[in-house]
Design a protein around this ligand. Structure first.
Ligand code: ADP
Ligand code: MG
Length: 397
């Protein structure tokens, strides 16, 4: 199956109208009956069916007749909706090579007209853990809005909100540029994930900077929860940037201490193994003040954590409801992680990645999407849930 930009470039206004209709239907249907798609899209002369056929052909929709006959968006379909919206907003105009495949995301380069390159993170919450959770039927019984679309969007919004807030508080994080659906646009971080680094000029300085970060986060009321060598970027000057925070929790979380200790332990373990460091005392300091540590030199959670309300405040400012926070927290805790089984969802996903990669080998220019067809944007802008990152779909029964 071959896919390239041509698909995005040649999708018509009607195509996007139908794609958006399926997305809207998915707010309260796991699979959207064709009649509902037709009703929402309201194309003249029953054009919806023809369009759906085209979308199926390009794997933007998936036909599912397992429970009843209907359609759902594929990851790719959802990607296209987000990409098109962001292109229409003028955030970027081209998609380039893949930068990374995370556990629950795909990261691509994107570029603006003037050649500025940024990073686009497409959240795939549910890729590894959705089925694990789905199997717990009880847990889902009362949650019609539960699906990967919702979770991925929530994860993106969380990440975007945290990134912005952290940036404003002087933390070394990427610059949060924009967010739509499950997609976050941020500045490109120079360097590599720490896990790829075999040698450091100043391992002690780097170590203390990193532990200092964990501590300073905690002083602001936050715990990263996935703080490790995969989520710390380092450049040639050994400057650190922290990435990947949709899963952060408040220090008032009931398992806060455990998450904090785990984050700290990851860093200690990595530095001791990789750089052969031994730790008698953690010298991490914040503004010249030494950090309280326990006997093993690890920073001590109880003496650092102060619930400043930072998390709640910042999140509610970005339109997060407490329910949203609880939903994702439940998911993150309940679903974690790794469901190794592979079924058609995985196959479809692998195929999607290979399709995107195939497109990427064609280079940034060939993926240029800012052409005339993208001027047909009112549909996505006006009927999609766009403009601002909203906090998940309405959860009507
Ligand atoms: P996941 O949540 O799936 O682990 P991450 O945010 O950790 O996703 O990103 C996965 C990988 O993508 C990172 O390890 C890094 O190599 C790359 N990456 C992520 N964000 C950026 C960025 N802003 N700039 C450059 N590379 C990035
Ligand atoms: Mg990561």
């Amino acid at each position: 199956m071959k896919l390239d930009v041509d698909v995005l470039r040649y999708l018509t206004k009607e195509d996007f109208r139908v794609l958006t209709a399926v997305e809207m239907g998915m707010r309260n249907h796991e699979i959207v009956p064709a009649e509902l798609v037709e009703r929402i899209a309201a194309l003249k002369h029953g054009g919806t069916y023809k369009v759906m056929k085209n979308l199926l052909k390009h794997k933007l929709l998936h036909h599912d007749a397992s429970k009843y006959d209907g359609f759902r968006l594929t990851y790719l379909g959802y990607d296209f909706l987000a990409i098109k919206t962001l292109v229409n907003r003028g955030v970027f105009s081209a998609v380039g090579r893949q930068l990374g495949v995370g556990k629950e995301s795909d990261i691509f380069e994107v570029a603006t007209e003037d050649g500025t390159v940024m990073a686009m993170k497409l959240h795939r919450l549910g890729r590894t853990s959705f089925r694990a959770v789905k199997s717990k039927r009880d847990y889902l019984k009362h949650r019609s809005s539960f699906n990967w679309l919702y979770l991925s969007r929530l994860a993106a919004l969380r990440e975007f909100s945290f990134m912005k807030a952290l940036q404003e508080h002087g933390f070394p994080v990427p610059n949060a540029v924009d967010c739509n659906r499950h997609c976050v646009i941020m500045s490109l971080v120079p360097g590599y994930p720490l896990v790829q680094v075999k040698q450091l000029e100043n391992p002690e300085i780097v170590f203390n900077t990193i532990i200092g970060l964990v501590v300073r986060l905690t002083e602001h009321g936050l715990i990263h929860c996935d703080f490790n060598e995969f989520n710390i970027m380092i450049d040639d000057d050994e400057k650190i940037t922290m990435i990947d925070f949709p899963q952060m929790v408040s220090v008032s979380h009931r398992n806060a201490q455990m998450y904090f200790d785990r984050d700290v332990e990851c860093v200690f373990k990595f530095f001791s193994k990789r750089f052969n460091m031994s730790f008698h005392e953690c010298t991490a300091d914040i503004d010249g003040t030494a950090v309280d540590t326990d006997d093993s030199g690890r920073p001590s959670f109880t003496s650092i954590a102060k619930d400043t309300g930072f998390l709640d405040k910042e999140l509610s400012a970005s339109g997060f409801t407490r329910k949203d926070q609880e939903e994702i927290a439940k998911f993150i805790e309940g679903g974690i992680k790794k469901d190794a089984s592979s079924d058609d969802e995985d196959t479809e996903d692998d195929e999607h990645i290979s399709m995107l990669n195939e497109a990427n080998t064609m280079g940034v220019d060939s993926l240029h999407v800012a052409d005339q067809t993208l001027q047909h944007d009112e549909q996505v802008e006006s009927e999609g849930n766009v403009r601002t990152c909203e906090a998940g779909p309405s959860s009507e029964p």
